[in-house]
Structure formats: C-alpha cells, structure tokens
Design a binder for this molecule. Structure first.
Ligand SMILES: [Zn+2]
Length: 256
C-alpha cells in the first residue's frame, strides 16, 4: 500500500464526519473526538489497515489542529485498544492477537445475548421500525457492493440496538468492542460473510418484533459464533503475522 493511502483514508473519514454542532465547534474535546471518530471510521470501513503508522504531524495537518490534540485522540484510541503507542516509535493501528480476538467475541456473546433479550421485551414499535430501516440500508449497501458502507452498517446494527436501550455504558462498550472486531476481521477474516450477516440480522429483528426473547438471544449468539467461525483464528502458533495483506485487502470480506 502506498504510504499516502492511510492518510487519504483518514482525510476521507474526516470530511465525511459531520460535526455534531456545526462548523463553528472549536472546543478541545470536540476536536479530539472528531479526530478519534475519523480514525475509527477509517478502521471500521476497512480503509485503514492493522499496523499502519499514524503520523501525528500529518494527522494534525489534515485536521488543522495541534499535535497535542492529535496525541489526545491517539491516547484515547489506545485506551480502547484500537491504537498501539510505542515510546519513540509513535502510534500504529493495533494488531489484535488471536487471544484478544477470542476474548472480544466471548464478551460480545455474553453482552449481546443479554442485550437482545432486553430489546425483545422493551423496544417500542417505532424502534423496531427504525431497525427495519437500518436493515434496508444494509441490504442496499450489500446490493450495490458498497464495501465501506455495508461494513459500517453491518457493524452499526449492533451498536444501534444498544443505543436504543438507552444504556450509555452498554452502548459505549459495544461501540468499542465492535470497532475492535473490525480490526480483528481485517486481520483474520477469510470468507465473505456480508450476505450471511445480513440474513442473520433480519432473523434477529424478526424475533425481536415477535417479542421472542429466547429466540432472539439464541440467534444473536449463533450470529456472533458464525462471525467468529469465519475468522482464521486457528493459527495460534504464528499469531497475527499469519494474516497476509492480501487477506486484509480483500474487498469481499466484511465483518459484523
Ligand atoms: Zn452482525
């Protein structure tokens, strides 16, 4: 990959990310969040690969902010395990290990089975409609082979449900876990599972709409198990280095 490509990815995400309070936003927190969001978006949309160097100065130039703000954003991403900071060597997009991948999915299975059970009991009619609209958008993105769009939408499905339940802690945790899952998929995914994921999302929403909490929980657990099965996590001895760049760049593969 040419050296400029990762920066193009961040720049694209930067211009796509709409400021939440208009263009006049200027507070430090907003700027830090905007940078972090753009990097996460580039990761989730598969435009920024594991191990890619994140040069502070270049990112600062893209966002026209100080390096201090960029460093804050990178620190935040490092706490979320999305970025690795090495003294003297700067920041890189993280390269999750096989163990980490398994742990992320273990936590997601527990969290999301409980989450979807609650969703089946508590989501309102309009919220279920909103989920259906989300599925339509997923379907449209899959149909027009919009890799970035569909990857983001498939991942967002899980975070959207958490947000609907009104639990900010759950939504934040899931958002982090889903972003980490995206990195894991970039490193280990071997097959195209986008269509597969979409069908499973539809079945989950069907169960939620029918207020069938047990089935919804079972389907969610099965869905996450399938996503994990699609990963090549069996190369324990070689670890993350077993993932080849060509695998990471395969546009067919999509997570979530
Ligand atoms: Zn999914």
């Amino acid at each position: 990959m040419p050296a400029t490509a990762p920066l193009r990815a961040i720049r694209a995400a930067a211009s796509a990310a709409s400021p939440r309070r208009g263009r006049s936003e200027s507070s430090t927190d907003d700027a830090t969040r905007r940078i972090a969001d753009a990097i996460v978006a580039a990761i989730v949309e598969r435009r920024l690969m594991p191990g890619t160097k994140l040069a502070e100065q270049k990112i600062a130039d893209i966002f026209r902010v100080s390096r201090t703000l960029v460093r804050q954003a990178l620190n935040q991403l490092s706490r979320d395990q999305l970025v690795t900071l090495e003294r003297g060597r700067g920041a890189r997009v993280a390269r999750p290990s096989v163990d980490e991948a398994r742990q992320v999915f273990e936590v997601r299975r527990v969290l999301e089975a409980a989450m979807i059970r609650r969703a089946a009991h508590e989501l309102t009619g309009p919220q279920v409609k909103e989920l259906r609209a989300h599925l339509k958008a997923e379907q449209a993105a899959v149909g027009r082979l919009d890799i970035s769009g569909r990857t983001r939408l498939l991942a967002d499905f899980h975070v959207v449900i958490a947000g609907m339940l009104g639990n900010q802690v759950l939504a934040a945790m899931l958002s982090e876990l889903v972003s980490r899952s995206s990195l894991i998929a970039l490193m280990y995914q071997s097959a195209d599972s986008a269509g597969h994921s979409l069908d499973e999302h539809v079945a989950i929403v069907d169960a939620v709409e029918q207020r069938d909490a047990r089935t919804a929980a079972r389907l969610m657990a099965a869905h996450l198990a399938h996503v994990e099965e699609d990963l090549r996590l069996d190369f324990r001895s070689t670890g993350p280095t077993a993932a080849r760049p060509t695998t990471a760049l395969q546009p067919a593969a999509a997570f979530a």
